[in-house]
Design a protein around this ligand. Structure first.
Ligand code: ATM
Length: 218
């Protein structure tokens, strides 16, 4: 299973990713935890530039997809081929939200890069943790010095949030929109339930029966 978590800042991705990984570990389900931009040695270097250095929007987009190409080919696909789950903090939805919505780049150009780098390769499930922008940024501020993106305007994040909401609506099979204002434990339950109910047998041999005695249950 290839699972991604996305959403604007402060929605609680990290907490939920850690909870899921902990549960997979308890259940002896092999997995890797990774992130974008990043996830490879090269990708982490690109991440450093992206988060610290001013650059034009096209450069930013191209670097993000360069890192993604490396990540997919050298980390994500090999892990899936071995039957491991891949839990990824952000993926291509973030490019539509931040570079498309936030920076105002043409969605058709982002789509072209996505087609080039991914073809029809997509996450099995994407959890979009949604939270009002002001609240999310307040939460994020508590984490320390803001990076380049975190210094962006409220309007930038509001545009990004709207794109996430649109993506969730346009991709109901893949995306689950989660209210990030709810209690952490409720969100965790919602995520685990969605994973267990995901009944498309994934190509790597795990089949998901709806409800019942789930392998993710405590
Ligand atoms: P995290 O803080 O969630 O690790 O993400 C780093 C930043 O990368 C994030 N910033 N904020 N806020 C959004 C940005 N990003 C993009 O702009 N486009 C992308 O495609 C990805 C994967 C991340």
């Amino acid at each position: 299973m290839f699972i991604t978590f996305d959403g604007t800042e402060g929605g609680g991705k990290t907490t939920q990713i850690n909870a899921l990984c902990q549960r997979l570990q308890q259940k002896n389900i092999p997995f890797i935890q990774t992130r974008e931009p990043g996830g490879t040695a090269l990708g982490e270097q690109i991440r450093h530039w992206l988060l610290s250095q001013a650059m034009c929007s096209d450069t930013e987009l191209l670097l993000i997809f360069a890192a993604r190409a490396e990540h997919i080919e050298t980390v994500i696909k090999p892990a899936l081929a071995k039957g491991e789950w891949v839990i990824c903090d952000r993926f291509t939805d973030a490019s539509y939200a931040y570079q498309g919505g936030g920076r105002g780049l043409d969605f058709a150009r982002i789509q072209k890069l996505a087609d080039w780098v991914q073809g029809d390769f997509q996450p099995h499930l994407t959890f979009i943790l949604d939270i009002p922008v002001e609240l999310g940024l307040q939460r994020a501020k508590k984490r320390g010095l803001p990076d380049k993106f975190e210094q962006e305007t409220l309007a930038f994040f509001q545009r990004a949030r709207q794109v996430y909401l649109d993506l969730a609506k346009q991709n109901p099979q893949r995306c689950r929109l989660i209210d990030g204002c709810r209690a952490e434990s409720d969100i965790r339950r919602q995520i685990f339930d969605a994973l267990c109910a995901h009944d498309a047998p994934c190509q790597f041999g795990h089949a998901f029966g709806g409800g019942g005695d789930s392998f993710l249950s405590e």
